[in-house]
Write a protein that binds this ligand. Sequence first.
Ligand code: GLU
Length: 473
Amino acid sequence: MSKSVRVRFAPSPTGHLHVGGVRSGLFNWLWARHTGGVFVLRIEDTDRGRLVEDAVDQINDSLEALGIAPDEGIRQGGEYGPYLQSERKEQGIYDRYAKELVEKGVLYRCWCSAERLTTLREEAQAKGVAFKYDRFCLQESNKRAESEPHVLRFKIPEHYDNSKGLNEFVNWDDAVRGEMSFALKDLDDFVAMKSDDFPTYHFANVVDDHLMKISHVLRADEWLPSTPKHLLLFAAFGWEAPTYVHLPPVQGPDGRKKLSKRDGAQSVQEYITEGYLPEALRSFLASLGWNDGTTQEVYSTDELIKNFTLERVQKSPAKFDKERLTWMNGYMIRHMALPQLLEHSRSFLPASSSGSDDKYLLEVLKLVQERVKFLNELPELTDFFFEDPKPALNAEDAGRLPAVTKTLSDSDFSESDLESRLRTLAEELEVKPGVLFSAIRITITGKKAAPGLFETLHVLGKETSLRRLAKIA
Ligand code: GLU
């Protein structure tokens, strides 16, 4: 039996998580839901200098707002906690494992000063070669007392056992990228434990992936160069490594540069506040690096869960096109049952709608459903259903309104009766129907563009319509 799927989203709270970053969380969640596995949220806060206040809450809130809250995490708890690396450090977890590798001779102490390392880096740069630590502190004569501040470095071995035999490369079969290979001779003796006693990202990441029994690591492919280091750590401990699944980068719509704020790199919460549906965001974010091989564009979350497989994660960069997201959102709104749309719309309708009953709200929504792209447009599209507008009309148009009021006073306000009366009136007044209808539309809605005139009059009802017509006339 293959081992059960446990995946994790492991953001660092060093900035605010935007939708591009949350994409990795969604892919992990989808893989867990597809396989009946477990989705873990682990916060990697070992880089103490770069912590951003509130970022941990913002990450949790983003996942919840997107509807992909983890099964295990800071808020949920779980048997592999704590899920905050600084708390794990307090428990001595990383120290314990670092000690094990020091005893094995895999980690070694390095007392080199920042100045010395800077000089080495500058020398490498001047020669045009990648920086590699020169192992100065491995020489007996350069060793100092253990009590003096130092870091622990990982001694890159000469060979890597790739299960087919010893190799001078670290290689692995990436679920997306296929066969990957990095030459050992190019790898630097990276730092595993810092002088402040905190582990580095690499060390904590590997120890925790092992302890939390992570089966698959789905992360953005900017982490590819870190993977050889992680595999070397797994090998040094004698642990089985997870399957690596490197997701393609998310780029701006021009397909070149990194996704920026201007392209729509805002938080999930900001999108929700603008009236994007969590389900539309899920469908859109899933399409950033995955497709099911068909031309289908919009997916319900059930369909995503059913169809999501690692084989269909693509290698090539994904383009973040906010217009496509907006289109998808409008599509989902148009295809939604009205009562469901009403539930989503309640907090977006204008304040003046608070006195209206659901029956009226449903009639209003029915008239604008075709046109709403995101729910924050609702006040602008519907305000005149709840409050009298302040229309601006020219004298000629205004002069026709008394006749309109007169013929509508006898109407039963059914759409068909409204239409036949107003068409007849246009003939009598010898004015094009479009001209007359536009004057009426502006009078009762305050807008040039609004839903169909007869439907609007019908929903507004006789009393309100006549009141608005009489006000101008
Ligand atoms: N803490 C890393 C980040 O900020 C995690 C990368 C990984 O998933 O290994 O994205």
